[in-house]
Design a protein around this ligand. Structure first.
Ligand SMILES: Nc1ncnc2c1ncn2[C@@H]1O[C@H](COP(=O)(O)OP(=O)(O)O)[C@@H](O)[C@H]1O
Ligand SMILES: [Mg+2]
Length: 310
């Protein structure tokens, strides 16, 4: 079953259409990047998923539960990490987590065990007596993530979790996110900075001015934008021989030299590509590298969005 199903949601603030007929799904164990510039409608979409805002139209199913019909049950299945959160400064990490564990109805030994587990998962254990106002941004984010996990939700929605983190904290966040995906959670993670999400997401949904522009794997989106792929080949033969061989093949254009090999535009499916490689081998050209050109999330984003502000 799909863990998170956003079904045609629309939300208007006065005359502004903040979210415009947005639909997408996130499967269990997968990490979906939710990408768009500031004001695109990411937070509004996420708040609707988290039952904090009502859509004008549409619905969201969290682990099969409608946020409109049964928001309380949907909330139980979902953890939401807002882009900023309030906390009493004179509270320790353990007190903070214990408070929320109580709010989720955990009692006695089960509560202590759960708090210990989420602190261990987020490496906050040794810091449990630290006051929240003394924590770095990265630690605060980890604490908020720990809170979000207390009730073991199937779906986690994280709004700009990497914002303002230094590179180390970002790497740590990425590891936590991946571990959550490996545990079978469905994650929706927003960012307006693409490179923040590139390495941790299985797929992306791109939003601008309230409209979903694209949804899919990074490679798929790239292919739909660009009918041809860029390929790189390096072989243990001279470049002229390699180029001559490529020129005889179908679907190849625009051959140019790069990094001791050749780069070319290629139109054809994976089957045809496999046969191309077979033929290069059969001709004795000894290919040692044969790879698709790097797909940059940044480039996809730039070609999809027009930089409209709202
Ligand atoms: N409560 C609100 N009242 C009026 N306008 C809002 C409200 N919340 C968001 N908006 C507007 O909706 C648009 C989308 O905002 P938001 O969902 O926060 O975008 P993002 O998270 O992608 O930056 C923005 O133009 C924002 O100003
Ligand atoms: Mg936002």
């Amino acid at each position: 079953m799909t863990a998170l199903e956003v079904r045609g949601i629309t939300k208007t603030f006065r005359s502004l259409r903040a979210v415009d007929d947005v639909s997408f799904t996130v499967e269990p164990g997968s990490i979906c990047g939710f990408i768009g510039p500031n004001g695109a409608g990411k937070t509004t979409t996420m708040r609707i998923c988290a039952t904090l805002e009502l859509p004008d139209h549409g619905d969201v199913l969290v682990d099969g539960v409608s946020v409109l019909e049964d928001p309380r049950r949907a909330r139980r299945k979902l953890g939401f990490m807002p882009d900023n959160y309030g906390a009493y400064p004179q509270t320790t990490i353990r007190e903070y987590l214990d408070f929320y564990a109580r709010a989720y109805g955990l009692t006695g030994k089960a509560r202590k065990t759960t708090v210990d587990q989420v602190m261990a998962f987020t490496s906050l254990g040794p810091l449990e007596e630290k006051l929240i106002n003394t924590l770095s941004k990265g630690m605060k984010q980890r604490l908020c993530l720990a809170k979000t996990m207390l009730h073991d939700p199937a779906v986690l929605i994280l709004d700009e979790p990497a914002a303002g983190l230094d590179p180390r904290a970002r790497v740590e966040l990425r590891e936590l996110v991946k571990a959550l995906g490996a545990m079978g959670k469905a994650l929706l993670i927003s960012s307006h900075i693409l490179t923040e999400l590139a390495e941790m997401c299985d797929g992306v949904a791109v939003i601008e001015s309230g409209k979903l522009l694209a949804r899919g794997r990074v490679g798929e989106i790239q292919r739909s934008l660009q009918p041809h792929a860029t390929m790189y080949v390096r072989a243990l033969c001279d470049l002229a021989t390699l180029e001559k061989a490529l020129l005889e093949e179908p679907g190849i254009a625009n051959i140019r030299g790069e990094r001791q090999g050749l780069v070319f535009d290629y139109t054809g499916d994976d089957e045809a590509l496999a046969r191309l490689l077979e033929r290069l081998v059969a001709r004795g050209l000894k290919p040692v590298e044969f790879a698709g050109g790097e797909v940059k999330l940044e480039d996809i984003f730039m070609s999809l969005t027009q930089g409209k502000l709202q």
